[in-house]
Design a protein around this ligand. Structure first.
Ligand SMILES: [Zn+2]
Length: 292
């Protein structure tokens, strides 16, 4: 990534939390998700490991979808397809503490896994569906209601690979942490929760801030809306190439950001090449965190 897009964030989520309104000052510089996004910084790299174990029952058990009205059959996940080989998660999602949702930029794990997230939903092409099916990638799909409400059915197609729809607000205001108070932010988040329940038959458990900026008020609103965590990133596939906040390759536990954009095929190919080069398996983040 280019240097000018690197925000001067502190190095650890805990430190960020202490800074409270840091996100507000970053909002203006982070930019919209429809433009190349900045990559927040976080913890240092974890040494690669190949210690993945052959158990999937722990992850498959306990999964349940929230029944909703007129949920297409394709959305009722037939089973755990997303954990192909099975990994016993060695990372425990921090709980909501003091009313604040945790913020994750990557997952500290020794398993050879990587997590694919795809945002927004502005561009929709049959090619995207075909590519995801060909690669058979499960992904966390962070959708914005106002971007997708013309064609929510498009996104139901990704359930075939075990993908889940998550929360990326109603209106995608990249300045929401600075321009919106708590109640407005809560409305943005709750509005997408309601929409997702109606259209996709499941209450999202993960939240991605538009543009990546967050604040204490946002963390409170995310928790109040019933979500389990804010998910940011340190690696992204953008304009047909990978951008890394740290190093020059994917690491176990990386959360990769992509978008539904016209260059989707090139972005996905770049991610695919990086994933294979690093010897990582694409695993659904929600499965690994136990919040599917
Ligand atoms: Zn976005």
């Amino acid at each position: 990534m280019s240097k000018e897009h690197q925000p001067a964030l502190p190095a650890h989520p805990g430190r960020r939390a202490a800074l409270g309104l840091l996100g507000a000052s970053l909002a203006a510089t982070l930019g919209a998700c429809s433009a190349p996004e900045s990559t927040p910084e976080s913890a240092e790299a974890t040494p690669a490991s190949r210690s993945g174990g052959p158990l999937s029952a722990a992850l498959s058990a306990g999964r349940s979808n929230v029944p909703g009205p007129a949920v297409p059959a394709a959305l009722r996940r037939p089973g755990s397809k997303s954990i192909r080989h099975g990994f016993i998660p060695d990372f425990k999602l921090p709980p909501i503490q003091h009313g604040l949702a945790p913020v994750l930029t990557r997952i500290e794990t020794k398993h050879p896994v990587v997590f694919l997230t795809i945002d927004d939903g502005v561009t929709r092409t049959p090619e995207m569906v075909g590519l995801m099916a060909d690669y058979d990638f499960p992904a966390s799909i962070f959708l914005t209601r106002n971007f997708v409400q013309a064609d929510p059915g498009f996104f139901r197609q990704f359930a075939a690979q075990g993908s889940l729809v998550e929360n990326h607000t109603v209106s995608h205001n990249v300045n929401m942490v600075s321009q919106m108070g708590y109640q407005q932010q809560l409305a943005e988040i709750n509005g997408m929760q309601d929409y997702a329940r109606q259209q996709f038959g499941r209450s999202p458990t993960l939240f991605r801030p538009p543009g990546g900026a967050y604040s204490t008020a946002m963390r409170q609103a995310v928790a109040a809306a019933g979500l389990k965590a804010i998910i940011t990133w340190e690696a992204k596939s953008n304009a047909g190439k990978m951008d890394y906040q740290y190093g020059k390759a994917l690491r176990p536990g990386d959360i990769v950001l992509m978008h539904f954009r016209p260059e989707f095929a090139a972005d996905l190919a770049a991610f695919r090449a990086a994933q294979l080069a690093a010897g990582l398996e694409v695993v659904l983040l929600e499965d690994f965190l136990g919040v599917a």
